[in-house]
Design a protein. Structure first.
Length: 112
């Protein structure tokens, strides 16, 4: 006999397991198999823990966030170098070739 459980019931079972009730006890009490329980946990996630697809999406967002932070840091560094060079030029001091090279190096790192 194929018995169906509502999402609300499944989440209740998962919450009970998270509170420490043994899975076998839950299976015996409510009449579902271990495999069903672990399948539900993989699909819906344990309370407070994202499900598989949500974990994957979270990891992707964290990687994108790190990449964007690096791009921002590089852009801010390049901006600071350009501001420093402009300030030196305004004060009558000419920039040197080393400063130009630093700006080009920072800019070429962003192209990678």
């Amino acid at each position: 006999m194929n018995r169906r459980y509502s999402e609300e019931q499944i989440r209740m079972y998962l919450a009970e397991a998270a509170r420490g009730v043994p899975v076998r006890e839950l299976c015996a009490r409510y009449g579902f198999s271990d495999a069903s329980f672990y399948g539900w946990r993989a699909r819906y996630g344990a309370p407070g823990v994202p499900a598989g697809s949500e974990r994957r999406r979270l990891r992707e967002l964290e990687e994108e966030n790190a990449r964007l932070r690096n791009l921002l840091a590089d852009a801010l560094l390049r901006l600071e170098l350009l501001r420093h060079r402009t300030t030196r030029q305004r004060s009558g001091r000419h920039h040197d070739e080393r400063e130009d090279r630093e700006v080009r190096e920072v800019g070429s790192e962003n192209d990678d």
